[in-house]
Structures are given as C-alpha cells and as structure tokens.
Design a protein around this ligand. Structure first.
Ligand code: GLA
Length: 378
C-alpha cells in the first residue's frame, strides 16, 4: 500500500473521518557539491521518491495532535505554548511551528497522522523532509503563501535553533523546490535555482553502507569552523568568493589542514558548476568523472569519508555500467551515490551489494531513485 493510502486510512481510523489535506515532502540525494552549502557555494541535489507524509484536518483551536505511524506515538502540543520535549520526531514539527510563530504567522491547529519512508539517519535528509512536510501542512490550512526558498529557510532555522543541528540550506531547499526528472543547481548564497535534467539513459542509484557515525555533529561543526577561518584568511565572506587561481597563488600561506579544507570547497564549487553544464549537454561521462573527483577530494582533503564509503564507492566504480560514484551528504557513514546506465541499474545494484558484502561484511541497502517534485499538497 502506498504511504499516501496508509496515512489516509490511519487518519480515518484514529479520528473517525477523512483528512481534509494530505501533504508530502521528499528526502534528497546530492549528486555533487558537498560541504559547499555553508560556504555560500553551489550544490546539485535531487529530490527522491521517498518522503514524509502528513494527513491532517484543521482544528478550531491552537492545538496540534499528531500520531507518528513509524514511532507508534501520539504527541499533543499547543501552538501558544511550545516547549521542547524528548520526542525525537515531534521536535521537527514543533520547531517549524515555533519558527513560523517567531516570524509572525498566524497558525491554525490540526489533527494529523505522519509517516515516512526516508530511512532515518542514512544521510537522505529525513529531517528536512519532515520539516518541509510540516511547513506544507501549516501553509495548507493557515494564511501562509508557499514560497519554496522562504519555507526552506524556515525549515533550516527550525533545525538550527530548535533541534540544535547547525546544517546548511541544501537539504531543506531541495525538499522544498525539487522538480521531477531534474536535479537542482542551487546557489546557496542567493538561493537562486536552475533546473538541470538528468543525462538521458542514466539512473541515479543510492548505496547505503549500513554504517552510521554518532559524532558527525562535532566533526561537521569543526569543518565549518575551519572553512570560516580559511575565508577570513582570504579576507572574504565565504570560501565561495575565492577562485581556484587565487587559492593556488596563496595556498602556501595556509597551514596544511586549512589548505586541504579550502582546496576541497573551492574545487568542489568549480566541479559542481561544471557538472551542471555537463548535465545540460547530456554528458554522463563527464558528470561521472566529476563525481569520482569529488569523492577523492572529500576523502583526502575534507576528510569526511570512512572505510565503508570508500569501499562501496570502489565497488561501484568497478562496474562497467557506472559513470561515476561518490559519498553523498555529510559523510562519516551513510550513503554513496552512483550514476549508471539506466538499463543496467538493477543489475548494477545487485552486483555492488554482493561485492560490498564480500569486502566489508555489511549488507548495503540499494535504491534506484527517481527525481521527484518538492513539497506538495496531493
Ligand atoms: C548535511 C547538511 C547539509 C550539507 C551536507 C554536506 O546534509 O544538512 O546542509 O552541509 O551535510 O554537503
């Protein structure tokens, strides 16, 4: 049964009536442009066919009553008195409500059921999906116009200030603004977006290593601080403002670690712009080459890969049908992404899973992904 049907039926069972609205917002996979968003740079993600879904009906008061099918838990709170609790999933919903209220929006309460099929903690942005589904839910029953970039900022602020994770804007922006069949080139400074078609005859495959790293938060914050320090050294607002030529001319002024971090971000921005160009020309070979180069840069210069990610990327790259592969998302575990020949995608997925099992002893989850629309009312 589709998740849409599941949330509709559960809503009916719990509240004795049909929902008035059903919304969904997708997870994402990033094709290229990693750890560039918080450097005001470029990213090239696509929204995937896995999403958070909410079936809801407005209430006449300011309360939200929401049941999570995945956690089998109901949480109730008042929009007039938002308080943090230790319910993991509901904090994303409350956080978005809190930011909307902070921004002076009038909110209507609702009864709802939530469910999702973005795997949690795998680096496919299940939290951004839930944030944007929540924003969509409030916007569908309150006097709030839907502006994708603004809603993405609201989701990011909820994550930064309510949940306490200092992420960039990429995940929320692609969940808000994705388009079926396309990746989105996002300028993370202006939030301008350009639709970029997937090269004809290719498929995007997500390879989940089945490894997770708990310390990702502190390592992520450390990378952010190192990037900010390097930008300061160059006398610019963000590393986005440093060209490759300028970096090369002055690289000797930085210590070895700062040099590697900056080199990753600056070269990754350039690769991302080239990747978008390659996609516009339908050049899967060039896109794949850039993805391979991105992985090396993340592994050796930014140092956010792990053994499992390196192994699965090598397994993918060994396949003849593979144009290129790299780790995707924050790193230290989670998923890799591969660009492969469309008609070979299923065989590729099975072969890589078997090869990875042999090399690592771990069972990978493999998804052949479709690029979908961002947050929507269905
Ligand atoms: C996480 C963050 C994003 C981005 C990526 C790395 O997914 O949420 O904002 O920084 O890591 O590219």
């Amino acid at each position: 049964m589709s998740l849409e049907k599941t949330v509709r039926r559960s809503f009916d069972r719990l509240y004795g009536t049909a929902p008035s609205v059903v919304v969904r917002a997708p997870g994402r996979v990033n094709l290229i442009g990693e750890h560039t968003d918080y450097n005001d740079g470029f990213v090239l993600p696509m929204a995937i066919d896995r999403a958070a879904w909410i079936a809801l009906r407005p209430r006449t008061d300011s309360e939200v009553h929401v049941h999570s099918l995945d956690f089998d838990e109901t949480v109730t709170f008042s929009l007039n008195n938002l308080e943090k609790s230790n319910s993991k999933w509901a904090e994303y919903i409350k956080g978005v409500a809190w930011v909307l209220r902070e921004r002076g929006r009038l909110l209507t309460g609702w009864d709802g059921v939530v469910a999702g099929d973005v795997p949690i903690g795998a680096g496919l942005s299940s939290s951004a999906a839930l944030e944007l589904a929540t924003a969509r839910a409030f916007a569908s029953i309150s006097p709030i116009a839907w502006d994708a970039a603004e809603m993405a900022r609201i989701g990011q602020q909820a994550e930064n200030e309510w949940v306490g994770v200092s992420c960039g804007i990429m995940d929320q922006m692609i969940s808000a603004a994705g388009q079926a069949g396309h990746a989105l080139l996002i300028d993370c400074r202006s939030l301008e977006t350009q639709l970029v078609p997937l090269p004809p005859g290719t498929a995007v495959v997500v390879l989940d290593t089945a490894t997770r790293r708990g310390l990702v938060g502190s390592a992520y914050n450390e990378r952010r601080a190192q990037c900010e320090a390097a930008a300061q050294h160059f006398g610019v607002k963000a590393l986005r403002d440093v060209s490759l030529a300028e970096f090369e001319a002055r690289a000797g002024e930085l210590d070895a670690v700062a040099r590697r971090r900056a080199r990753h971000v600056i070269s990754e921005n350039a690769r991302t712009l080239r990747a978008a160009e390659a996609m516009r020309q339908g050049d899967a070979t060039e896109l794949g080459r850039l993805m391979d180069a991105s992985h090396i840069s993340l592994r050796d210069d930014f140092e956010v890969s792990n053994d499992a990610l390196n192994t699965i990327v090598e397994c993918a790259q060994r396949e003849e049908s593979c144009y290129g592969a790299r780790m995707t998302g924050a790193g230290f575990g989670g998923c890799a992404v591969a660009l492969v020949q469309g008609d070979a995608a299923e065989t590729f997925a099975a072969r890589v899973a078997a090869d990875y099992l042999q090399h690592s002893g771990l069972n990978a989850s493999v998804y052949v992904c479709q690029a979908t629309d961002g947050a929507s009312v269905v």
